[in-house]
Write a protein of this length. Structure first.
Length: 276
């Protein structure tokens, strides 16, 4: 009987030893992985400071993969997205950030992640007259930041970027409106101009839009509508060069001013040049 107890005790003791040993091994392995992850993260930071942004991004990716449960994982993922963005790999940055939102929806740096996504789309804007998709997507992200994180530093720059984006969209609308005016397609021209007046009244194109509406309505015989927009232009922009031209519209000999061809330099480039 005593021998049986001894045997049972030895079995239990050996099993416990085996379990403890496995736990210790697991802890050691986890510590080693975390050490490797921190090492990869630090190497990424060194590469970034040395302007090796692509190498840095790969190191940050490596750090996240090594220990996804760690608090360093989300930081590594965000730094990878930033490094790709900084090296003009905007599509890769967008992909990284899309995954970031799925994996770390409650991360404390989520406001910055949305702002960075807006910037990645913003950098993809090449010509606002040809491709509005990145422009619309960047606008959506900046609006999200302003609406949900109004007291952050990212909100301030997001508002500024939204002003620039609205100028670009208004530029696109005016470009199309001028085309219709040249072709004497008055109704579609009116629709574009009214869209600027109602949606983009804080842009530099509002004065011209109002003046063009004065011209077109007078041209098609709707003098009351023409006067309405003339009054609106004069009340809000009395010193505008467009308002001075509006005075002449209701004279019989007046002709709609010929629209000069725009400089090939896009509104985006003009606006960005102001920031240099």
């Amino acid at each position: 009987m005593k021998n049986l107890f001894i045997i049972l005790f030895l079995i239990l003791f050996l099993n416990n030893c085996s379990k403890n040993e496995k736990i210790e091994i697991a802890v050691i392995e986890e510590d080693q992985i975390e050490t490797q992850m921190i090492k990869a993260y630090k190497e990424g930071m060194v590469a970034f400071r040395d302007s090796q942004y692509l190498d840095a991004a790969k190191k940050f990716n490596e750090a996240e993969i090594l220990f996804p449960q760690s608090e360093w994982a989300s930081r590594s993922a965000l730094m990878a997205a930033y490094a790709y963005y900084y090296d003009d790999y905007n599509n890769r940055s967008i992909s990284e950030l899309t995954n970031f939102f799925k994996k770390y929806p409650n991360d404390p740096n989520i406001a910055y992640a949305h702002y960075l996504l807006g910037m990645a789309y913003y950098n993809k804007i090449v010509d606002e007259k040809k491709d509005l998709e990145p422009l619309k997507k960047s606008k959506k992200q900046f609006e999200y930041v302003v609406r949900n994180y109004p007291n952050t530093e990212f909100s301030i720059d997001s508002k500024f970027k939204l002003d620039l984006i609205n100028e670009m969209i208004a530029s696109k609308e005016m470009y199309i409106a001028r085309h219709y005016i040249q072709k004497e397609k008055w109704i579609p021209a009116i629709n574009r101009l009214k869209f600027i007046v109602t949606e983009y009244d804080n842009t530099i194109f509002i004065e011209e839009a109002l003046h063009r509406l004065v011209e077109i309505y007078y041209k098609i015989g709707l003098e009351e509508e023409s006067r309405k927009y003339a009054i609106l232009l004069g009340y809000n922009y009395p010193d505008s060069k467009w308002y001075k031209n509006t005075y002449k519209v209701h004279k019989k000999e007046y002709k709609i001013q010929q629209i000069r061809k725009e400089n090939k330099k896009s509104t985006l480039k003009k606006l960005k040049s102001l920031l240099d």
